[in-house]
Design a protein around this ligand. Structure first.
Ligand code: S3P
Length: 173
């Protein structure tokens, strides 16, 4: 069983994924970490030195490597489902869950860590806010193809409780 968490940057895929993996006694893998160890370079350097196209190809390669993992929750990158046939691939090879978080909350969270994110690093706060609204709108149709769409308006504890319920009772893990 593989569970792919998808959603925008700052939606809490890694945070929620780690807590849920602990509760469900599953492994946890962050796709960004796989990319960093494969390239032996931080995401921001991959973007700045090799460009986004190179990053997206590497991202797809690392995504497909998760096929070897069992009983694992995979936190994908915010762009992963939106390139190539990645969203189809995710849905064919695991269960997917979209963590749907309101743009105002994403903005609050991402303001604190813009330098770490190559797509946001050079933007002013106003530009970042416009960028997030626009990008989320562009990406929503990919994200909404997830098996489960979860509107996250509460704290991590409630999310983990709800998601644990889904996977135990609906998917029958
Ligand atoms: C990206 C999201 C990032 C990372 C890269 C590109 C995106 O992952 O993969 O900076 O296109 O939204 P997180 O969603 O884990 O921050």
């Amino acid at each position: 069983m593989r569970l792919y968490l998808i959603g925008f940057m700052g939606s809490g895929k890694s945070h929620v994924g780690k807590a849920l993996a602990k509760k469900m006694q599953l492994q946890f893998v962050d796709l960004d970490d796989l990319i960093v160890s494969t390239a032996n370079a931080p995401i921001s350097s991959i973007f700045s030195e090799k460009g986004e196209e190179y990053f997206r190809q590497l991202e797809q390669r690392c995504l497909k490597e998760t096929l070897h993992l069992q009983n694992t929750i995979v936190a994908t990158g915010g762009g992963t489902p939106c390139f190539y046939d990645n969203m189809n691939w995710i849905n064919q090879h695991g269960f997917s869950l979209f963590l749907d978080v309101a743009p105002s909350i994403l903005i609050q969270r991402l303001e604190k860590e813009m330098e770490k994110r190559p797509l946001l690093a050079k933007l002013s706060k106003e530009e970042m806010s416009r960028f997030i609204h626009q990008k989320l709108e562009d990406r929503r149709s990919f994200y909404e193809r997830a098996h489960i769409v979860y509107n996250q308006n509460t704290g991590t504890q409630t999310v983990v409780k709800d998601l644990n319920y889904y996977f135990l009772n609906i998917i029958g893990h």
